[in-house]
Design a protein around this ligand. Structure first.
Ligand SMILES: NC(=O)c1ccc[n+]([C@@H]2O[C@H](COP(=O)([O-])OP(=O)(O)OC[C@H]3O[C@@H](n4cnc5c(N)ncnc54)[C@H](O)[C@@H]3O)[C@@H](O)[C@H]2O)c1
Length: 196
């Protein structure tokens, strides 16, 4: 495992199944984790379970003002972010004909715009320091699977990695070569899927 001692890692959706696992791995590699989640108390619990140097924060990734405010607190508590893991996501699996506009908008706001908002928030500091890593967690989905809002947010997430890489080809930070596609696993999010 790469030694991440001295690195500050911000994980979104850290209170969830995959975010918690990512946070544990980063802490085990020596990074100091800023565990961020909509659910502040659960984020703080995750941070506390990792050890005294880690912290938990409330962060709604779909709200740019909230992200800026949380990032400012993180930087003053822990220092500038070296590693960003865009992991937070929501899902509601249902047939397209049964799904509602509110659901499409919520999924796009969190899964796509949230990724863009948090990435943009950490970028200036990474560019200034010519150092940083951005990792996006996505979901391998065939185009055309139900409902469209779900798969429509996964491809842009992957492309935002490639776009960030191209923009900074000669000057770090580096975005993940391709978005990491997590394998299906049972978490609160996956339990929102219909059994069929
Ligand atoms: N579970 C799977 O099978 C699976 C497979 C592939 C990819 N993924 C992806 O992995 C990521 C994490 O999934 P999970 O299964 O751990 O889900 P989860 O539901 O267990 O965790 C998601 C976390 O994100 C948080 N969250 C939701 N909206 C937020 C917001 N606006 N701001 C900040 N935090 C917010 C939730 O509070 C929750 O703690 C998602 O992006 C998902 O698409 C999951």
């Amino acid at each position: 495992m790469t030694d991440l001692t001295g690195r500050i890692a911000l994980v979104t959706g850290a209170a969830g199944g995959i975010g918690g696992a990512i946070s544990r791995q980063l802490a085990a590699a020596g990074a100091t984790v800023a565990a961020c989640d909509l659910n502040e108390s659960a984020a703080k619990d995750v941070a506390a379970s990792l050890g005294a140097s880690h912290r938990g924060y409330a962060m709604d990734i779909s709200d740019s003002k909230a992200v800026t405010a949380a990032l400012s607190t993180i930087e003053s508590d822990l220092g500038p972010v070296d590693i960003l893991v865009n992991n937070a996501g929501i899902d509601k699996i249902e047939r397209f004909v049964d799904s509602k506009e509110d659901t499409w908008r919520a999924i796009v706001n969190v899964n796509y715009l949230g990724t863009v908002i948090v990435t943009r928030a950490v970028l200036d500091s990474m560019i200034e320091r010519r150092s940083g890593r951005i990792i996006n967690i996505s979901f391998p989905m065939p185009v055309g699977s139900d409902p469209p809002a779900r798969w429509c947010t996964q491809a842009p997430r992957a492309r935002s990695s490639r776009s960030a890489r191209r923009s900074h080809a000669r000057s770090p930070p580096r975005a993940s070569r391709s978005t990491l596609s997590a394998r299906a696993r049972p978490t609160p999010l996956s339990s929102t899927r219909s059994p069929s």
